[in-house]
Design a protein around this ligand. Structure first.
Ligand code: 5GP
Ligand code: ZN
Length: 142
């Protein structure tokens, strides 16, 4: 897609620092370097978000996740952990609309990455949870 920054990176029209590349995917350093080693894994096929993946694309992309994760971890003994994040939709902090997976190495609990969500467990009964689950299950498709 001509006006997509990640397609331009994949095509070599915009420079990037590559970690891994094959026919299906490319992994390169995120320009923001939220923490040192912050990496993005993208499908070479332009898809907007996770909702556009079929099974084959999911295999092609997600099978690389452990490979990239292990390499990042092994690259620096100071890395204590790794957040793997995939934002879908503007409300979910997606800003580049070519699907991508973030790998954010974690060095300390006060480095430059944070992820929070409220614990609302006191607001849900088991029946509420079952109803939510039943509704989601009704929409599962192969
Ligand atoms: P999102 O907010 O969509 O989940 O993440 C998009 C990411 O793309 C951001 O972390 C941002 O730093 C990164 N990014 C945006 N433009 C470029 C670029 O031109 N080159 C690289 N390497 N990363 C980029
Ligand atoms: Zn694209």
């Amino acid at each position: 897609m001509a006006d997509c920054i990640f397609c331009q990176i994949i095509n070599g029209d915009i420079p990037s620092v590559t970690i891994y590349e094959d026919d299906q995917v490319k992994a390169f350093l995120d320009i923001s370097q939220g923490t040192p080693g912050h990496t993005l894994l993208v499908p070479k096929k332009h898809v907007r978000d996770i909702f556009e993946y079929d099974d084959q694309l999911a295999q092609d992309v997600f099978r690389h996740v452990p490979l990239i994760a292990r390499a990042i971890k092994a690259s620096n003994p100071a890395i204590q952990g790794l957040n793997i994040v995939n934002n879908n939709g503007e409300v979910a902090y997606q800003s580049v609309f070519h699907s991508h997976i973030h790998f954010v190495p974690r060095y300390t609990d006060h480095d430059d990455f944070a992820m929070t969500f409220k614990d609302n467990s006191d607001k849900y009964t088991n029946a509420d949870l079952q109803q939510i689950a039943d509704n989601i299950k009704a929409h599962l498709e192969d």
